[in-house]
Write a protein that binds this ligand. Sequence first.
Ligand SMILES: C[S@@+](CC[C@H](N)C(=O)[O-])C[C@H]1O[C@@H](n2cnc3c(N)ncnc32)[C@H](O)[C@@H]1O
Length: 262
Amino acid sequence: MTRKDDYYNRAKQQGYRARSAYKLRQLDDEAGLLAEGEIVVDLGAAPGGWMQVAAERVGAEGTVVGVDRQRIRELEDVAATVEYVRGDITEDRTKDAIREAVGAGMEKRPVDVVVSDMAPNMTGEYDLDHARSVHLAQQAFEVARDVLAAGGDFVVKVFDGRDLDALEAEIDEEFEYVRQMRPDASRKESSELYLVARNRLTAPVRTGDELEVDIVDTGTEGDGIARVEGFTVFVPGTQPGETVIIEIEDVKPNFAFGTVQR
Ligand SMILES: C[S@@+](CC[C@H](N)C(=O)[O-])C[C@H]1O[C@@H](n2cnc3c(N)ncnc32)[C@H](O)[C@@H]1O
């Protein structure tokens, strides 16, 4: 029996609408993306296999918002809150409907995880299919930037090709790190892979920035603390009252580390 048959049959037996459900299961098992009570936005969600997996994993306190230009048949027997947005992700009104479904607005970004399994209609022409998949991934990234909370995660499918590195670098700017994952359930002959971006950064500083700061406080470990637009930057070896020039060494969702430049 081929691997394809294996996942297809397992999906049938276990009540998943699509064999692709196993891709999200495997991504989550390896990376630990989904947790109970979380809000998940699933882009390109029809027929609903990933939604079933996400709903299982976020549980009764969680919410799953499925988005697709095709109709998604209502999920049955799920404890999570489930919402459906029908529309094309490249259109503003679809993005507005997502924002509304999750209660995002102004500075409020309530979503824990954005996943996208969107794929373009395939032409068989490798470069064209790649370019279209990168375009869809960028649209998904736009949604993620719009609704994802600080510390949130983003998973996006893309076909391998020449623009992959640039896309990955663009996403990497906004997250603590990004890795490429190829779940076993992806067909062997497929060029698809998933970019898994962890810990969305909303910090006003980035690694490598050089800036002058006032040390205003001391942390529990004795490091000096500067605030940049209200964001905490730990600066080892400094005391309140000092003004120093620092280089940002490491950025986390809720704080960063800087070192004094001599
Ligand atoms: C591979 S399927 C997703 C399968 C899904 N993850 C599951 O487990 O059931 C890709 C989906 O992306 C959707 N899609 C592609 N382009 C889209 C777009 N521009 N806007 C919204 N959905 C799109 C397609 O309609 C299709 O349902």
